[in-house]
Design a protein around this ligand. Structure first.
Ligand SMILES: Nc1ncnc2c1ncn2[C@@H]1O[C@H](COP(=O)(O)OP(=O)(O)OP(=O)(O)O)[C@@H](O)[C@H]1O
Length: 261
């Protein structure tokens, strides 16, 4: 695998006349922690769907964990990739208990208790929920949880199969200030854990980049504006081009903020 967890080369996704991704080149190496930033409609979710082996590009090459998309059984590949986002949350059946949702991830499906789980699985699921601060919600129905609680449950679920690549689509969206800061603190701790998988987090806001993140990919109109180490990528010029307005960008310790000028 050469230390490369994800490799996209000339990846283009078309739907009718729409160009969702436009010749994207991108590599993620073991140990890297990436944020993907861009405005609404930039192609971030589309990019994550490709990285999760859920969407095949119209053209270009995709290598995930050393396997080439199109030449690998994606049902064997997907348990090695953790994914959390609205695409999962929206598909959870009404009445699904939190613990079942987390457990089912280890078997590559979504939802209800369908088979006998081993004691180690149960222990791991409860431990992950506890680690993400939602251990007391294990027996609640997923759809009765608050937005912040759901986000944390979905991250625990994404980690259940001990993935080598973790993809989080807008984990902080919809959270209040306290919920956002709590989640960013937990993601920061994950980022600093050397045993953690390679991380890719999608966001609209530079304020949501957790401490400890190393790289950034800026997307606009399906194309890459800039990609590389955060210090090189997070310039006012790059972010202004990405979001289509003049921005001032500041780094405050391990965190970033941006505002219009
Ligand atoms: N099936 C489709 N047919 C046509 N256009 C599509 C289709 N799916 C997505 N798009 C368009 O592709 C673009 C990229 O969508 P995508 O969801 O990847 O963007 P995004 O960066 O995640 O946006 P947001 O931040 O709003 O979630 C959008 O303009 C969207 O309307």
């Amino acid at each position: 695998m050469d230390g490369r967890v994800l490799g996209l080369s000339g990846v283009t996704v078309r739907r009718g006349d729409a160009l969702l991704l436009d010749g994207v080149d991108w590599s993620v190496l073991e140990g890297e922690r990436w944020v993907v930033l861009g405005p609404n409609g930039a192609g971030k979710t589309t990019l994550l769907s490709v990285a999760f082996s859920q969407l095949y590009p119209t053209s270009g090459e995709v290598e995930i964990l050393g396997e080439h998309l199109g030449r690998v059984d994606v049902f064997e590949l997907r348990p090695l990739i953790g994914y959390a986002g609205a695409a999962i949350a929206n598909r959870v059946e009404q009445g699904t208990p939190v613990l079942d949702l987390v457990l089912s991830a280890a078997y590559g499906y979504l939802g209800r208790f369908r088979e006998e789980y081993g004691v180690p699985d149960l222990g791991r699921a409860r431990a992950l929920l506890g680690h993400w601060g939602v251990g007391d919600l294990a027996d609640r129905e997923f759809h009765t949880l608050s937005e912040g609680e759901r986000k944390r449950v979905l991250i625990a679920r994404a980690l259940m199969s001990d993935p080598e690549l973790l993809l989080l689509d807008e984990p902080a969206a919809g959270l209040d200030l306290g919920g956002r800061e709590d989640l960013l603190r937990r993601l920061g701790a994950l980022a600093r854990n050397e045993a953690a998988p390679a991380l890719v987090v999608v966001s609209h806001h530079v304020e949501e980049i957790p401490a400890g993140f190393t790289h950034g990919l800026l997307l606009r109109g399906g194309g890459v504006v800039a990609a590389g180490p955060l210090d090189e990528v997070m310039t006012a010029d790059n972010l202004s081009e990405t979001f289509g307005l003049p921005l001032k960008v500041e780094r405050d310790g391990d965190r970033w903020n941006a505002r219009a000028v």
